[in-house]
Ligand binder design. Structure first.
Ligand SMILES: *[C@@H]1O[C@H](CO)[C@@H](O)[C@H](O)[C@H]1NC(C)=O
Ligand SMILES: *[C@@H]1O[C@H](CO)[C@@H](O)[C@H](O)[C@H]1NC(C)=O
Ligand SMILES: *[C@@H]1O[C@H](CO)[C@@H](O)[C@H](O)[C@H]1NC(C)=O
Ligand SMILES: *[C@@H]1O[C@H](CO)[C@@H](O)[C@H](O)[C@H]1NC(C)=O
Ligand SMILES: *[C@@H]1O[C@H](CO)[C@@H](O)[C@H](O)[C@H]1NC(C)=O
Length: 654
């Protein structure tokens, strides 16, 4: 490998006309050295590692990348070009891109690469804008994305061992890679495209399985489908354990660490597994994610810039994670598990250099200044922030309690089962499932309705005779007191808050995982309703349907609707939920994600202008789960509000 590199270097510098070293004596030497065949195959479009030179070589010349991560699944398609252009104008040479398998294969063998999921259109734009691509096609990606990018349908086989050489898991992986990687192959740098390297798996060393046969299998599949020239690599944390289980002969080992780490020690860890070759930090953290109920994360621009400068000074290759974070629309947010289940917020702003709405921040300019000291910035101005608009207050009306529209939300009717079934058992990936039974006897004195610990995954909203009783939580409250009469209808609406994306507990089943009991005796004879709320809302519901008379009571799961008009141009906006509790928001059928102002820190949801229609009513649908304010309205603002006291860069406006 090393001798090949040296050979390629010499020929390149001789054959490229602009190279100062191109002199007749050297050319003569080349010819007399009998290396003429090299001229027939100039190393145009080659990308590989020079182990002796401790660097990458692109078209034969030493090359170092300064890159940034962007996830196309977290940015609406109409904004892709704007975000990529801003990344290019920041001085980046490459973007690092994850491909979330579950976003593209919603059911086994059913593939979706249309619209916002048109991954190839995104890659076309990177090429058009002159950016190289470091591709991370998984199959597991983490990314704080639902189940780390693995499809929930893998759990239809409950004892499957994810991310291992379990034959059922490998069969699913292989059929996906046989669809995905042929789309990638013509885009590889050596095939004339802009993808310089491809990551295999992701931080595999952090996973308990440590199954080398699995990594070897992936290596074989990637090689078979992408060819022998492409640079394949791994990324792991800098702990010895992580690097032991995450690396494999034949895959170039890179590391990831943030501004808090000691750079000498972190790259020292890479050197212990990869004594020669370029230094690479594949995830240099520009900020961090937010969990519901915890403080808004932020890292100072000065600290991020200083760490970047130090790494670039060492000649290292750096990818900034994230450069543009974006939004966990719909149900795509993941969760961590550290003693308890920790769901990730809808915003994936990440305190990144480009904000959630794609605007350049002070951090972006600090980073760009650092980059300018190491390589020339593109000529021209940074595109400005996109305009935001405060559409103001929009009144909503209650449309119906969720329990009164089950015929619309579950047209195929309920599944009968003696005992509760999981989401996976009834093939529901995301969203909500309703579990219904009837009280087996009169309960004149308060009795305890309870679930085994950690078995309500992830939140359950309890109704008796359609009256809201309260909430059960996965790692929180698991019991409620109630009275009632024999035959009374007991409903539990269970919400999936996002499957775990990191650590040992990735087989994260959803729904009611144990028996619900009344004073310790298990309830049985369930009707289980898988709810297709998004299907209904995408078809215009409830706007196209006659209004149902709203049922009594202000609390419990219910739908609200309303509309607002925009001026001639539909600008981006942020929506606040004054007095609301927790739920899901759609505008014009587009699922903008979960809101949960009662828990925070996130108080507003980002609404991209591309989901709004200028000059026409924009239909709002809200599913409020616990209780709306007496006079329900939403407030559209021109800035986000993550948490007034904890966020540096945002301020509250009411
Ligand atoms: C980083 O670690 C190295 C080696 O352990 C040590 O010599 C150096 O002082 C550390 N640097 C900082 C800034 O702590
Ligand atoms: C958000 O800020 C408020 C003060 O406005 C503070 O009381 C609260 O603890 C913060 N919430 C979180 C989740 O950090
Ligand atoms: C999560 O993983 C840990 C470690 O393997 C295990 O002890 C624990 O039981 C798991 N928890 C759940 C809820 O599966
Ligand atoms: C529910 O209870 C029944 C009867 O006791 C039992 O057979 C079943 O395994 C229980 N289900 C769960 C998920 O614990
Ligand atoms: C909004 O709802 C109205 C009916 O209230 C309907 O005519 C219109 O098509 C809907 N608009 C969109 C964008 O769905």
């Amino acid at each position: 490998m090393a001798s090949t590199s040296t050979h390629v270097t010499v020929t390149t510098s001789l054959l490229v006309p602009s190279t100062a070293r191109m002199r007749p004596p050297a050319l003569a030497l080349l010819l007399t050295a009998g290396l003429l065949h090299a001229q027939a195959a100039p190393p145009a479009h080659s990308f590989h590692i020079d182990y002796d030179g401790d660097c990458f070589r692109k078209d034969g010349a030493p090359f170092r990348y300064i890159a940034g991560s962007i996830h196309y699944a977290r940015v609406p398609r109409p904004a892709w070009r704007d975000r990529l252009l801003k990344m290019y104008m920041s001085g980046l040479s490459a973007v690092q891109v994850y491909i979330p398998w579950n976003y593209h294969e919603p059911l086994p063998g059913l593939y979706d690469f249309a619209g916002d999921r048109d991954m190839e259109a995104f890659l076309d734009l990177t090429a058009e804008l002159g950016l190289l691509v470091i591709l991370r096609p998984g199959p597991y990606i983490c990314a704080e994305w639902e189940m780390g990018g693995l499809p929930a349908w893998l759990l239809w086989k409950p004892d499957i061992v994810l991310r291992s050489s379990d034959p059922d898991y490998l069969a699913a992986v292989d059929s996906w890679l046989h669809v995905l990687l042929p789309k990638i192959k013509p885009r590889l740098y050596q095939n004339g495209g802009n993808i310089i390297s491809v990551q295999v798996e992701n931080e595999y060393g952090s996973y308990y399985a440590c199954d080398y046969n699995y990594l070897r299998h992936l290596l074989g599949t990637f090689r078979a489908l992408l060819g022998h020239d492409v640079l394949l690599f791994t990324t792991d944390g800098t702990q010895a354990d992580e690097l032991r289980c995450g690396t494999l002969q034949g895959l170039y080992a890179t590391v990831d660490f943030g501004p808090g780490s000691n750079i000498t020690e972190a790259f020292g860890a890479q050197r212990r597994v990869q004594p020669k070759g370029p230094l690479v930090n594949s995830e240099y953290y520009t900020g961090w994610l937010d969990y519901w109920g915890e403080a808004h994360a932020s890292i100072s621009s000065a600290q991020v810039a200083r760490g970047l400068a130090d790494m670039l000074q060492l000649g290292a290759n750096v990818n900034m994670y994230m450069f543009q974070g974006g939004t966990n629309f719909a149900y795509w947010s993941g969760a961590d598990f550290k003693e308890v289940y920790k769901p990730v917020t809808t915003s994936y702003d990440y305190d990144a250099p480009l904000s959630e709405a794609g605007d350049p921040t002070e951090k972006l300019f600090a980073i760009r200044t650092v980059i300018s000291k190491f390589q020339a910035l593109p000529v021209g101005p940074m595109p400005p922030a996109t305009p935001k608009y405060a559409y103001g207050r929009v009144a909503l009306q209650k449309y119906a309690n969720l329990l009164d529209v089950l015929d619309i939300l579950c047209p195929s009717g309920p599944i009968q089962s003696q005992f509760p079934l999981t989401f996976e058992a009834i093939k529901q990936a995301h969203g909500f499932v309703l579990y219904r039974t009837h009280l087996p006897r009169d309960i004149p004195d308060p009795a305890t309705l309870s679930a085994p610990p950690h078995s309500v995954c992830d939140r359950g909203y309890v109704m008796l005779q359609k009256e809201y009783q309260g909430t059960l939580e996965r790692d929180g409250q698991t019991a409620l007191q109630m009275t009632g009469s024999e035959g009374a209808t007991l409903d539990l609406l269970v919400e999936n808050m996002g499957r775990i994306n990191f650590g040992a507990n990735t087989s994260d089943f959803k729904g009611l995982l144990g028996n619900l009991s009344l004073d310790s005796s298990p309830l049985s004879s369930w009707l289980i309703y898988p709810l297709a709320i998004d299907t209904a809302v995408q078809q215009g519901w409830p706007h196209a349907a006659p209004t149902k008379s709203s049922s009594r009571g202000g609390a419990g799961p219910a739908f609200y609707s309303g509309a607002f008009e925009t001026p001639d141009i539909a600008w981006d906006t942020f929506v606040k939920f004054p007095g609301w509790s927790k739920g899901q928001l759609w505008i014009n059928g587009f699922n903008l994600g979960r809101y949960w102002p009662q828990r925070g820190p996130q108080q507003t949801l980002f609404v991209p202008g591309s989901v709004l229609y200028p000059g026409r009513p924009n239909n709002i649908t809200v599913l409020e789960l616990e209780g709306a304010p007496p006079t329900p309205f939403l407030l559209f603002l021109d800035r986000p509000f993550f948490n007034t006291t904890l966020s540096r860069s945002t301020a509250a406006t009411e």
